[in-house]
Design a protein around this ligand. Structure first.
Ligand SMILES: Cc1cn([C@H]2C[C@H](O)[C@@H](COP(=O)(O)OP(=O)(O)O[C@H]3O[C@@H](C)C(=O)[C@@H](O)[C@H]3O)O2)c(=O)[nH]c1=O
Length: 177
């Protein structure tokens, strides 16, 4: 397993050790001790899976008082995944990091609690799986509009398919001013 630091404290790109043979491949998607060793110490309490079609964009989402850390794996398709640092005391507050996650690169993204998160789908469809360090609470949901220019995210698409909920999210400065 290789771990790439992102320049944002705690935000990690993880490349699992993949064993390939004539049958296909195998890798450990999560292993408590090994992931603890790289700094992912929180307990995961919820596992989610979503499927999205090409051009779908979900995000940018966070929970206001019960922030969720997320360990993300894409098991089908290709996505452009983004995390925005919302930790006000952080040197990288407001900064983001993006990564391509796909069924063939097997890359995982660990987003610690305190980030907004979103992704868009670059393949015909994508299966998106993530472990969370806190429970989903619909009353605690927050979000930022995906193309907020303040964030300067270089999304690889112009007209994504988004939910009604995501289409009316506020701008970063409306939340943090
Ligand atoms: C996220 C979530 C949704 N739901 C329900 C609520 C709703 O009826 C339906 C779809 O919810 P959403 O539209 O919020 O799903 P989605 O847009 O996929 O939300 C997710 O987006 C990505 C970017 C994240 O980072 C996640 O934390 C989460 O916010 O599923 C749950 O029951 N549990 C959950 O944990």
């Amino acid at each position: 397993m290789n771990v790439i630091e992102t320049g944002i404290d705690g935000l990690l790109i993880i490349i699992p050790k993949v064993f390939e043979d004539s049958r296909g491949f195998f890798y450990e998607k999560y292993q408590l001790e090994r992931y603890k060793d790289i700094g992912i110490e929180s307990e995961f309490v919820q596992d989610n899976r979503s499927r999205s079609s090409c051009n779908v964009l979900r995000g940018l989402h966070f929970q206001k008082t019960k922030p969720q850390g997320k360990l993300i794996t894409v098991t089908q398709g290709v996505v452009f995944d983004v995390a925005v640092d919302l930790r006000v005391e952080s040197d990288t507050f407001g900064k983001h990091k993006s990564v391509i996650l796909s069924e063939s690169n097997h890359i995982q993204f660990y987003i610690p609690p305190g980030f907004a998160h979103g992704f868009c789908v670059l393949s015909e469809l994508a299966d998106f799986e993530y472990k969370c360090t806190d429970y989903y609470d619909p009353l605690d949901e927050g979000g930022i509009y995906w193309s907020d220019p303040t964030l300067n995210i270089d999304w690889p698409l112009l007209k994504p398919i988004i939910s009604d909920k995501d289409s009316i999210l506020p701008m970063f400065r409306d939340i943090f001013s």
